[in-house]
Design a protein around this ligand. Structure first.
Ligand code: ATP
Ligand code: MG
Length: 487
């Protein structure tokens, strides 16, 4: 009854180890995931073989990390999660005098020792592929069924060994939609301060996994309640319980969480989710009572700086930081479509950059939903989008021709003069009608033909073409509006 469905390439790897006389088990997150019925992100095996012995059995391998993990490369595999199978010798850890890593990592002799060092019962299951047998010394399967996160052994002790496990507990609560067992939760609240000893990189990696989960607000809210939040960044705590004006039903922190959750619900990429979470981060810094109400003037400017500090501190890559800083800085754009001009939209696109303009709209939408106010009216949003597309599209112009004024002068061996402009307009009007004519060959031939005309004739044709081209340009603009169903 404990038979699990294991992919063929894992069975193959396991058989190679077994045939060579080594014990081996599928372990950790992937066993948990198959029992839950989720697709594992990666597959891990452990074994009593040494790294050298593992390497000798497979044709293509590489060393993964300091723990002796060997990555076995499976080039034929289509499934991304199975392309590299990680095989790690059994491990025992001891010491942990600095609350983060063992003083000593040794090879273990038994599977039992290796499972006992793992963080949570749901992560401490192993599966014997050859004998189709689940090994579950800590009742992890029962906890999976109860949707419960519980440490292997005493939570206090386990969190003292490695404080990151507390954040991992919340991460699993969020990604798996599990609850944290009572004693484990109490131990987190009591020992949260130990996270001070954990490197920012490790905190960042768990933070990213929380942000990228389906409902990150639950985990972050738990982080706040269990006092872990300030170890991600003390800035987040400043918005907790801070009221805004009547238009805002939620406190700053609640609003940020709701905005983040919306961006997660819409499956937005990391930088958009981070921007949703950070867009009002400096409201507590800028809050002032003015003329009978709370104001937050300049919170987007200060916010861009605060967001940057948070992300730099967490060692996020520069590319992500740059994007978030821009999105936070410009999230307050004025969007009253009745009054906003195309040139204002053009400035906006220039500020946030064309690459990020659609992300800015997504941040704005998350912001509005997170306010609890009715959605941006569909019409208004469509209108705004159509204005963006309008300012972003290349205008119809002679610049799109494969030939330019300079080339025409060379071709006709004539000095600059009004005829060049007329010729270009005529060429453009032909190309607009039939884009396949936009080739050097055709256009050069056509230039020579037109150049035989009298200037007056050329002028007549040229003016006619210009009017046609201008009306094409207007039509193009109409087409954008039509696409969004706006006027
Ligand atoms: P995911 O699906 O997100 O990768 P995972 O459970 O595989 O989740 P990893 O961080 O990849 O999590 O770790 C793999 C396994 O290693 C875990 O399932 C757990 O058994 C063990 N592990 C990882 N980090 C720790 C830790 N800090 N303390 C104890 N055991 C850990
Ligand atoms: Mg994993």
């Amino acid at each position: 009854m404990d038979k699990l469905v294991i992919p063929k390439s894992i069975k193959n790897v396991s058989k190679i180890l077994s045939d060579a006389g080594f014990e081996n088990f599928v372990v950790g997150g992937c066993v948990r995931d198959i029992i839950i019925g989720r697709e594992p992100k990666d597959w891990d095996l452990n074994t009593n073989a040494t790294p050298e012995q593992i390497i000798s059995l497979f044709s293509k391998t590489f060393y993964e990390n300091e723990f002796g993990t060997v990555g076995v490369v499976n080039e034929e595999e289509e499934n991304e999660a199975l392309k590299i199978v990680e095989i790690t010798p059994y491990r025992i850890e001891s010491g942990y005098s600095d609350f983060r890593r063992p003083d000593k990592v040794e090879w273990g002799k038994t599977l039992g020792q290796d499972l006992a060092r793992r963080d949570f019962t749901i992560n401490a299951l192993a599966y014997d592929v050859q004998n189709e047998r689940l090994i579950d010394p800590f009742d992890g399967k029962k906890d999976i069924e109860k949707k419960m996160i519980r440490t292997v052994g005493k939570p206090e002790e386990r969190f003292h060994e490695d404080a990151l496990r507390m954040l991992r507990a919340l991460r699993f609560a969020s990604t798996l939609d599990f609850v944290i067992e009572h004693e484990t939760q109490e131990a987190i609240e009591k020992n949260a301060y130990l996270l001070e000893h954990i490197s920012k990189e490790r905190i960042r990696d768990e933070f990213i996994k929380i942000i990228m989960s389906d409902s990150p607000a639950i985990a972050l809210d738990l982080c706040a309640r269990l006092k872990l939040l300030k170890f991600i960044s003390p800035e987040f705590e400043k918005g907790i319980g801070v009221e805004q004006n009547k238009a805002h039903a939620y406190t700053i922190w609640e609003h940020l969480l709701r905005s983040l959750d919306h961006s997660a619900k819409k499956n937005m990429p990391l930088h958009v989710r981070l921007s949703a979470l950070l867009h009002d981060i400096a409201k507590p810094h800028t809050k002032k009572w003015l003329n009978g109400q709370w104001t937050f003037y300049g919170h987007e400017v200060v916010g861009a700086k605060v967001a940057k500090n948070i992300l730099v501190d967490l060692k996020f890559p520069k590319e992500i930081i740059d994007k978030v800083v821009k999105l936070v800085r410009w999230h307050m754009f004025f969007s009253d479509t009745e009054e906003i001009s195309l040139s204002a939209v053009r400035r906006m696109v220039k500020n946030v950059t064309p690459e990020l303009i659609w992300d800015l709209i997504d941040v704005r939408t998350a912001d509005r939903i997170g306010t609890g106010r009715p959605k941006e009216t569909p019409y208004r949003l469509r209108k705004y989008k159509s204005m963006i597309e309008e300012v972003m599209r290349d205008p119809i112009s002679v610049k799109q021709l494969k030939i330019g004024g300079g080339e025409i002068m060379k071709l006709t061996d004539a000095p600059a003069g009004p005829h060049i402009g007329f010729i270009l307009e005529i060429l453009l009007s032909e190309v607009l009608e039939d884009p396949t004519l936009n080739t050097n060959d055709y256009l050069e031939k056509k230039v020579l033909e037109l150049y035989t005309l009298k200037l007056e004739e050329l002028m007549g044709l040229g003016r006619e073409a210009r009017m046609k081209n201008e009306s094409e340009e207007e039509k193009e603009s109409e087409r954008v509006k039509e696409k969004y169903g706006v006027r």
